[in-house]
Design a protein around this ligand. Structure first.
Ligand SMILES: Nc1ncnc2c1ncn2[C@@H]1O[C@H](COP(=O)(O)OP(=O)(O)O)[C@@H](O)[C@H]1O
Ligand SMILES: [Mg+2]
Length: 253
């Protein structure tokens, strides 16, 4: 995944992704409520926010799992929020889910291959092998998910998401249920993928990991953006501490 390949066809210098005044309402619940963010290519972005603040819904909107109630999303400066969900992977947007969603009857390798099938086999056998190597899953190809630790299953999910060489990878709580060394492995993997030019947006509750891993943080509360910027600065903002960090962050400083 060279920078040239990923940016080669891009006409403008627009950010990779722009979310503009986006809202997602479920009946009376304003899960996302007038939120604007921009993702520039090649950076690792993070979203912090208490449970129910709309983080997963925002990711669902960016992968077209849910429709916007209002606002717009642009990819490479072009309208994206009306794209059929089935076309999202082909546009280079991939995600992992908050809960492990591997098919238990398939092997690791078969699960990963599904990620390539979603984009018409892009990546192919070489892509599958490469994704296995990049995520440190070599030797585990023939295992079934149930035989693997939770942390390894997460890596399989990440491998499945990157096999089609996305430009933007969305990770929803990828280290939930992991121990410290598994978390550090995920963080290191994200940095490696960044070196190859992959833009990433991660939702994660581990504040220290977010500060260490991300280039830019967004903080959400009640569907709105309450702060953004340099990670160390964001987690020190009073509004962010009040909304979210009180207990968690006071343990770190
Ligand atoms: N499909 C849905 N239908 C109805 N309400 C939903 C749906 N998805 C999320 N919500 C609600 O939207 C709000 C934001 O949820 P979510 O995006 O999952 O938050 P987070 O990921 O930050 O914990 C919550 O009040 C949640 O109950
Ligand atoms: Mg969530």
């Amino acid at each position: 995944m060279t920078g040239e390949r990923m940016t080669g066809n891009r006409a403008s210098s627009a950010p990779l992704l722009q979310v503009k005044d986006a809202a997602v309402h479920f009946g009376g619940v304003k899960a996302v409520d007038g939120l604007s963010i921009e993702l520039t290519e090649g950076k690792i972005f993070g979203i912090l926010g208490p449970n129910g603040s709309g983080k997963s819904t925002l990711l669902a909107a960016i992968t077209r799992f849910v429709d916007l109630t209002a606002g717009e999303i642009l990819l490479d400066g072009e309208e994206y929020h009306t794209l059929p969900a089935a076309r999202v992977a082909r546009r280079g947007v991939a995600r992992t889910f908050q809960t492990v969603r591997l098919l238990p009857g398939l092997t690791v390798e078969e699960n990963i291959r599904l990620g390539a099938d979603r984009v018409g086999g892009r990546g192919g056998a070489d892509g599958v092998r490469e994704a296995i190597e990049r995520t440190g899953l070599k030797g585990l190809e023939r295992h079934r998910p149930g035989e693997l630790s939770y942390g390894v299953q997460r890596r399989v999910e990440i491998a499945r998401a990157i096999v089609a060489r996305p430009r933007l990878l969305l990770l929803d709580e990828p280290t939930a249920g992991m121990n410290q060394s598994e978390r550090q492995e995920v963080s290191a993997l994200m940095r490696e993928l960044q070196k190859e030019g992959l833009t990433q947006l991660i939702v994660e509750h581990d504040v220290q990991m977010m500060v260490d891993t991300c280039d830019h943080l967004f903080a959400m509360n009640f569907g709105k953006l309450i702060a953004q910027g340099d990670p160390a600065g964001v987690v020190r903002e009073p509004a962010v501490r009040e909304a979210y960090l009180g207990k968690r962050w006071s343990q770190h400083v």
